[in-house]
Design a protein around this ligand. Sequence first.
Ligand code: SF4
Ligand code: SF4
Length: 59
Amino acid sequence: MIAVNRFKCGYCGGCVAVCPKNAITLVETFISIDEECIDCGKCLKACPMGAMEKISYER
Ligand code: SF4
Ligand code: SF4
């Protein structure tokens, strides 16, 4: 899944626009990514701040 580093994010909204699943929402001062995310990575490439990080959970 995708996570946002809130210390890097500039809240430009660029990632919100590129998401094909509309999984990203700019909520006041933070970015929210919901379960619709398909890990396509578009937001990772779109972010000018490098704030998007792909993370994986070990099960
Ligand atoms: S990885 Fe793709 S589907 Fe997931 S939040 Fe980013 S742009 Fe949207
Ligand atoms: S593109 Fe990057 S800096 Fe812009 S709102 Fe999204 S995570 Fe934040």
